[in-house]
Ligand binder design. Structure first.
Ligand code: PMP
Length: 424
């Protein structure tokens, strides 16, 4: 990312960045690019849900959705999401309103109970560690912190986590019990795992007999371009490789219908399903089937999900295109930044010169533009290079987003040229 500038050019660029920053700060903006939340217009697309189910009280099998029961969730909804999440319907559960909650619960159950294939509960082991591809999703890391699970960073490549590193670590250390994966349109890089990555994850030798891949397929249907990326089927690959219990698949309709008022899904092997259902039977008398039925009526089938996601894309695509356009116009050729061009999902990762990310975020905040804290993409909030910034373009309106992006690029130029000047 280095571009050499003459001292005069550098002084000129720094002066221009300072003036732009002063003008930016004087505008008294109040803009927020922090979290990957759907915009109100995206939520409006699902407003018909609010009037459903109208006269219907029963699911296809006659279940009265207003009553307790049915721990697996409605079969017709599991059928719809089977295709979206690449899990056979009979191996997919439709549960509560949050997949993050399911990930939390799976960790708790593995800590306090014995997983299929495990020799003992995780709490009874001296160390429990998870591999954390970085940059990654801060809430995964927060779960590990919460439960005292050691986090081992693994670099991301354009094909997914660096599999040479993953294979070595899982083979040599029995304390490594899991890996966090966002396999499609990853948070925050937008990377989708290659077929080779998926087959190596399925087949690798693990020292821990109870190793689990937490396959958080949160963006399975969230395309932003005509190239609709499809990933290989990990659950089938694990079964074919003789490791049927290796994977927990998570997903939800949070960013399909309503964020936090959708339906979350868990897919896995029969043994893992029995294990989770037995644990769930203690904590719940059944999921919210009224919400599940309204999702069936609203989405209809997997084709209905695809049509709905095309409407979401129409709202999101111009925002992601604006991010690319502004980054290229303001930072292209400066040597001050690199960024990802996601084909789906909710995020763009911006890489600034080492040692600059925190300062860029601080300067942006001073000018009224709030960004995800620098470091959030790494375990314990510590990005050793202090170079990664996550951009979440979905929530602000188009004008606000464009203003925020111009402001952010001003901060990158200011901090980047200041650093170059100090080093000159
Ligand atoms: N996983 C990932 C990778 C996410 O980005 C998000 C939302 N930001 C979630 C899970 C949360 O999903 P849910 O609403 O189903 O808990």
């Amino acid at each position: 990312m280095t571009t050499e500038l003459s001292q005069d050019t550098l002084a000129g660029e720094l002066e221009r960045a300072r003036q732009d920053y002063a003008a930016l700060a004087a505008r008294g903006l109040s803009l927020d690019l922090t979290r990957g939340k759907p915009a109100p217009e995206q939520l409006d697309l699902s407003d018909d849900l609010l009037g459903l189910p109208r006269d219907l009280r029963s699911a296809a099998d006659g279940t009265d959705v207003r009553n307790y029961g049915n721990l697996k969730g409605l079969p017709e909804l599991r059928e719809i999401f089977a295709e979206v999440l690449q899990v056979p319907a009979e191996q997919l559960l439709a549960l509560g309103n949050s997949s993050l909650e399911l990930m939390h619960d799976c960790l708790v159950h593995a800590l306090l109970g014995v997983l299929p294939g495990a020799e003992s509960r995780w709490v009874d082991q001296e160390r429990v560690a998870f591999l954390c591809p970085v940059p990654g999703y801060d809430r995964h890391f927060a779960l590990c912190e919460r439960f005292g699970i050691e986090m081992i960073p693994v670099p991301m490549t354009s094909d997914g986590p660096d599999m040479d590193v993953v294979e070595r670590l899982v083979a040599e250390d029995p304390a490594v019990k899991g890996i966090w994966c966002v396999p499609k349109y990853s948070n925050p890089t937008g990377v989708s795992y290659s077929d080779e990555t998926v087959s190596r994850l399925a087949a690798m030798t693990t020292a821990a007999p109870d190793f689990r891949i937490f396959w958080d397929n949160a963006y399975a249907a969230h395309h932003l371009t005509d190239e609709q990326v499809e990933i290989a089927d990990l659950l089938a690959a694990c079964e074919a490789a003789g490791n049927p219990d290796r994977t927990f698949v998570f997903g939800s309709s949070s960013k399909i219908t309503f964020a936090g008022a959708g339906v979350a899904f868990f897919g896995s092997s029969p043994a893992n399903l029995t294990w989770l259902l037995a644990n769930n039977a203690k904590r719940s008398i059944g999921p919210d089937k009224v919400n599940q039925l309204r999702h069936v009526l609203f989405l209809r089938d997997a084709a209905g999900v695809r049509e709905h996601m095309a409407r979401q894309r129409a709202l999101l695509q111009p925002k992601f295109e604006a991010v690319q356009r502004i980054l290229e116009a303001e930072l292209g050729g400066t040597g001050l930044a690199r960024w990802t061009e996601p084909k789906g999902g909710y995020f763009v990762t911006l890489e600034v010169p080492d040692g600059c990310a925190k300062e860029v975020v601080r300067r942006a905040a001073e000018a009224g533009i709030v960004l995800t804290p620098a470091g959030a993409t790494h375990p314990h909030g510590d990005d050793p290079r202090d170079a990664t910034i996550r951009i979440a373009p979905s929530y602000p309106g188009q004008d606000d987003l464009e203003q925020a992006m111009h402001g952010l690029t001003t901060c990158v130029r200011l901090v980047g040229y200041e650093q170059k000047q100090a080093a000159a």
